[in-house]
Design a protein around this ligand. Structure first.
Ligand code: NAD
Ligand code: GLY
Length: 386
C-alpha cells in the first residue's frame, strides 16, 4: 500500500494537519487516529449514516477499539435535508450522553453532509473539541474534508450557519469509492474539473486524461487494476494539494481579498449552481452536478466578456461532458434562475461576486452586477437549451 501525505499549515496560527491518502487506508484508522490526536484522547464519537456505516463502519470501529479508544457511534439519517440544526442538537446530546470530554474527539465517516454536520457539532461542543475527517465520497475527499468549513442548512438557506473548525487529520481511503453511486462520482468529478480550471493546465489535463481512460459508469470495475488505483490516488492527491494550497493562504476566506488566489475562487461555478439548486428546492441536483452546469455557465459568460475564446469553452465543456450525464435542465425558467442569483448577492456587501476565467488557471473575480441582465439571460437561455 503506497501512502501519500499532504501537510496543510496555516500562517495564521491555526494548527496544521496531515491529509493521508491510500487505497485501503481504513485498515490503519486506529493507528492514524492515535497519531492525529493528543495522547489524552480516550473516547471517540463516530458520526456517520446508515448507508456508509453498513459498508465501512464496523471495520472502522474495530480498528479504533484495537488502538485503545472507547468508541461511540451516532448515525444521522442519509441526505442533504438532514444537515440541520435539529441533528446538530441530537449529535451534541449524544456526545454528552457518551461522556465525550474536551480531550476526546469526533470522527466523521461519510460524505460532505456527515463531515459538515459532525465538524460543526465538534466546533461548538464544549466550545470546540478535536475532529477527524474520514471522507467517503469523491467530493468530500477532494473538497469538503479539507479546509475546515463546517455547517448546516437552515431556514436562512444552505450552509448559512457554520464555523471554521479545522480537523486534526484527514484520512482518505480511495478504495471506498468502489461502492459510490455513479451520480455521486459525476458530482465529485465536476468539483475536480473546477479545481483543474482554477489551478492550471497540469491539473486540468490530469483530470481530463483520467476521465478519458476511465468512464464514470464503469469506474467500479477498475478497482482490481493496480495502475488504475495508482492513477486514482495520484489524481486525488493532486486535487487535495491544490485545495490545501488555496485554503492555507486564506483560511477564513477574507471578504476583502479579490485576487486570483483568494479562497473565493473556489466558488467558481457556484453562483449558477446555488441558483439551480434553489429553484429546484435542493431536490433535483447533486451539488457537484449543479457545479458542472455552473462551470459551463461561467465559461459562456467569460467568452461573452471576451476574457476567453471559444477553444477554452469547448475544452471545458468537453471535460464536463466526460464526467458523466448531468440532469436535464430544459424545463427550468431562465428568468427564475436569474432571480435566484440574488441569493448569493447577500453574502458580500450586497454585490454579486462572480468567478470567471481569463484562461485555464487564471480566475478573475468580477462584479456580477456589472454584467447586463440581458447578457445573463442570453447565456442562461443557451445553457438551458432554450
Ligand atoms: P453526501 O454526503 O450526501 O453523500 C452522497 C451519498 O453517497 C449519500 O447518500 C451517502 O450516504 C453516500 N455515500 C457516501 N460514501 C459512500 C460510499 N463510499 N459508498 C456508497 N455510498 C456512499 O454528499 P457529498 O457530495 O459527499 O457532500 C455534499 C455536501 O458537502 C453538501 O452539503 C455541501 O454543501 C457540502 N460541501 C461542503 C464543503 C466544505 O468546504 N465544507 C465543500 C463542498 C461541499
Ligand atoms: N468548497 C469551498 C471552500 O472550501 O472554500
Amino acid at each position: 500500500m503506497s501512502t501519500k501525505k499532504i501537510t496543510i499549515e496555516f500562517p495564521t496560527g491555526s494548527a496544521g494537519y496531515d491529509i493521508t491518502i491510500a487505497y485501503g487506508a481504513l485498515s490503519g484508522i486506529g493507528k492514524w487516529a492515535r497519531r492525529s490526536l493528543s495522547k489524552d484522547a480516550a473516547r471517540i464519537a463516530v458520526v456517520s449514516n446508515p448507508t456508509v456505516f453498513k459498508l465501512y463502519g464496523e471495520q472502522a470501529v474495530e480498528h479504533l477499539r484495537s488502538a485503545g479508544f472507547d468508541v461511540f457511534v451516532w448515525l444521522m439519517k442519509d441526505g442533504e435535508v438532514h444537515k440541520s440544526f435539529r441533528n446538530v442538537e441530537r449529535a451534541l446530546d449524544f456526545f454528552a450522553a457518551s461522556d465525550i470530554t474536551r480531550t476526546d474527539a469526533v470522527l466523521a465517516l461519510g460524505g460532505g453532509v456527515v463531515g459538515d454536520l459532525a465538524g460543526f457539532a465538534a466546533a461548538v461542543y464544549l466550545r470546540g473539541i478535536a475532529f477527524l475527517q474520514v471522507p467517503t465520497t469523491l467530493l468530500s475527499m477532494i473538497d469538503s474534508s479539507v479546509g475546515g468549513k463546517t455547517g448546516v442548512n437552515s431556514a436562512a438557506g444552505k450552509n448559512r450557519i457554520g464555523s471554521f473548525h479545522q480537523p486534526s487529520g484527514v484520512l482518505i481511503d480511495t478504495g471506498v469509492l468502489k461502492t459510490l453511486p455513479e451520480r455521486e462520482l459525476t458530482a465529485g468529478f465536476c468539483e475536480a474539473i473546477k479545481h483543474g480550471s482554477l489551478s492550471g493546465k497540469k491539473l486540468l489535463e490530469q483530470i481530463s486524461a483520467f476521465l478519458e481512460d476511465y468512464r464514470t459508469p464503469d469506474l467500479a470495475s477498475n478497482f482490481d487494476d493496480l495502475e488504475f488505483r495508482s492513477r486514482l490516488d495520484e489524481m486525488i492527491s493532486e486535487q487535495v494539494s491544490f485545495k490545501a494550497s488555496i485554503v492555507q493562504a486564506d483560511e477564513r476566506e477574507s471578504t476583502r481579498r479579490t485576487d486570483a488566489r483568494s479562497r473565493k475562487i473556489l466558488n467558481f461555478g457556484h453562483t449558477l449552481a446555488h441558483a439551480l439548486e434553489k429553484v429546484t428546492d435542493y431536490k433535483y441536483f447533486k451539488h457537484g452536478e449543479a457545479v458542472g452546469y455552473g462551470i459551463k455557465y461561467a465559461c459562456e459568460l467569460s467568452k461573452t466578456l471576451a476574457l476567453i475564446d471559444e477553444n477554452i469553452v469547448n475544452l471545458l465543456n468537453g471535460v464536463v461532458h466526460r464526467a458523466g450525464t448531468l440532469p436535464p435542465v430544459s424545463k427550468l425558467d431562465p428568468e427564475e434562475v436569474f432571480e435566484a442569483f440574488r441569493f448569493d448577492k447577500k453574502l458580500v456587501a450586497g454585490s454579486l461576486q462572480m468567478i470567471l476565467l481569463k484562461g485555464i488557471g487564471k480566475p478573475v473575480i468580477v462584479n456580477g452586477d456589472d454584467i447586463k441582465r440581458s447578457t445573463h439571460i442570453r447565456a442562461l437561455k443557451k445553457l438551458l437549451n432554450q
